[in-house]
Every structure is written in structure tokens, then in C-alpha cells.
Design a protein around this ligand. Structure first.
Ligand SMILES: [Zn+2]
Length: 72
């Protein structure tokens, strides 16, 4: 099984996951990508530095059967 390593964009102080570093106007979590400072890959930046909402949505896309506790 191929490990997921999506493109991430640094917007302000937060890395967000995007589908395409150029074409995407919004991050996975819905945040507008206005302040693009850098782009990289999830594994390069490290999960602990990624927007938690993007991370959760990305994980759900990768494994639709997995269950996650709701965000509170
Ligand atoms: Zn995000």
C-alpha cells in the first residue's frame, strides 16, 4: 500500500494540505490560500506541523473505513 505524501503549503504560520500546489485556491480544510510562503511535502514538514483539520481530512480520504473521534 502506497503511503500518502500530499503537497503542503505554508500559509501564515500554518502548513495546510492542498491537492495541487498551484491550482488549489483553498486548503483541504477550506482555508483560503492567500499568503503562500512555501510549499513542501507532508513527510518533509512532519505531521506535527500540519494543520490538524487538514491532516484529519486527509487521513479520512486515505482510509475511509477508519473511524476518528469527532473534533470538539
Ligand atoms: Zn488546513
Amino acid at each position: 500500500m502506497e503511503e500518502s505524501n500530499p503537497v503542503v503549503l505554508l500559509c501564515g504560520d500554518v502548513w495546510h494540505i492542498v491537492e495541487s500546489s498551484r491550482a488549489s485556491r483553498r486548503a483541504l480544510c477550506g482555508a483560503e490560500l492567500r499568503d503562500r510562503r512555501a510549499h513542501s511535502r507532508l513527510h518533509t514538514v512532519g505531521r506535527e506541523h500540519i494543520c490538524p483539520v487538514c491532516l484529519r481530512l486527509n487521513d479520512e480520504q486515505q482510509s475511509p473505513d477508519a473511524r476518528y473521534p469527532p473534533l470538539t
